[in-house]
Design a protein around this ligand. Structure first.
Ligand code: ITT
Ligand code: MG
Length: 173
């Protein structure tokens, strides 16, 4: 079975590989840099979800894989507070689109203000922590949860929901 993932981000590719390997055998993986066709920093659930779907659809177009994953991070505001939101899409070979969302976590006001003036969370997190490439491993969620949960684990949950929905659909065909 061929599984494509619409990113080369290591936190995301690890999440897909870790979960899919638990449930399916003889899987070959493709990591594809595909356009999300939304802003670099999505600013709503709608836009973040659409980015995940576009990544999965674009992966299918390029690879014709059996399962095509798109994972996208964004932000949204509720009652003046900014949360990081996370969405995933799984597109099947026949074009069926399955979606799921994951954790929402609060961004501190000083981080939120940087995003509000138009910066991207990835670089903002790197300057905040004085580290490079946070988005590939612990992610903002790792930093703001005292490393109790990292970005891979957060996306694993979404991938598990997507795969679970796929199994449910197959059982009810
Ligand atoms: O290479 P891609 O797949 O694009 O991975 P990415 O890390 O850029 O992730 P997204 O495009 O899905 O996320 C949109 C923006 O938000 C940033 N971001 C989202 N979640 C983050 C997290 O947990 N830690 C650090 N940056 C995050 C990210 O770096 C981007 O600037
Ligand atoms: Mg990105």
């Amino acid at each position: 079975m061929l599984v494509s993932i619409g990113t080369k981000n290591r936190a995301k590719t690890a999440a897909v590989t870790n979960i899919v390997n638990n449930y399916l055998e003889n899987v070959e993986y493709n990591h594809l840099e595909v356009p999300s066709e939304v802003s670099e920093q999505p600013r709503s659930d709608d836009e973040t979800r659409q980015g995940a779907i576009n990544r999965a659809l674009n992966s299918l177009k390029i690879s014709q894989a059996d399962l095509n994953f798109g994972l996208e991070g964004g932000v949204r505001e509720i009652d003046g507070k900014m949360y990081c939101c996370n969405w995933g899409a799984l597109v099947l070979k026949d074009g069926t689109v399955i979606t799921a969302a994951g954790a929402l976590f609060l961004l501190p006001e000083e981080i939120a203000d940087e995003i509000r003036i138009g910066r991207e969370l990835g670089p903002v997190m790197d300057s905040y922590t004085n580290e490079k490439g946070i988005r590939h491993n612990k992610g903002a969620i790792g930093v703001f949860t005292a490393n109790l949960i990292d970005r891979t684990e957060m996306f694993e949950h979404i991938v598990k929901i997507l795969i679970g929905q796929y199994f449910f659909m197959k059982e009810h065909e």
